[in-house]
Write a protein of this length. Structure first.
Length: 145
């Protein structure tokens, strides 16, 4: 599968959750290792757990690439480990992000922390589609930032 196909799969995972994740956006995450999908999830109903947290559960993601529809959170209101921290701790070596997250709990901090930890980060693959999918979330937080 191509990189775009993995992001498309993440978008497809997130689509059913639109409008059902509370204040959180509906995010999709697909983990790929050696060309094989090893984990995939979307934000749970009500907004928690986050997609990355669920996709990483009970698997060895060392050396994998994570394809996510939105920049991973860099902090959480619950005080739990952020998705950025979970990705770093898992040993993921690359993260492909469709769209930057304008929310103050991310807003570039997730990307910066991933890179500072030595994780390769690419941003913008299928950004328009990701922004359209969570248009209400972006409308709210783009104005606030």
């Amino acid at each position: 599968m191509s990189e775009a196909a993995f992001i498309q799969r993440a978008l497809a995972l997130a689509a059913p959750g639109i409008g059902g994740t509370g204040d959180n956006p509906s995010v999709g995450c697909v983990l790929v290792k050696d060309g094989v999908v090893i984990g995939a999830a979307a934000t749970a109903p009500g907004g928690r757990p986050h997609a990355e947290q669920q996709a990483l559960q009970n698997l060895d993601a060392r050396g994998a690439t994570a394809y996510v529809t939105l920049e991973p959170c860099a902090q959480r209101s619950s005080g739990e480990a952020s998705c950025t921290d979970l990705l770093i701790q898992s040993g993921v070596t690359r993260v492909v992000i469709a769209a930057r997250d304008p929310h103050p709990f991310a807003a570039g901090a997730g990307i910066e922390r991933l890179r500072a930890a030595g994780v390769e980060v690419e941003v913008g693959l299928m950004e328009a589609e990701a922004r359209a999918q969570n248009a209400g979330f972006f409308a709210k937080w783009d104005r606030a930032s």
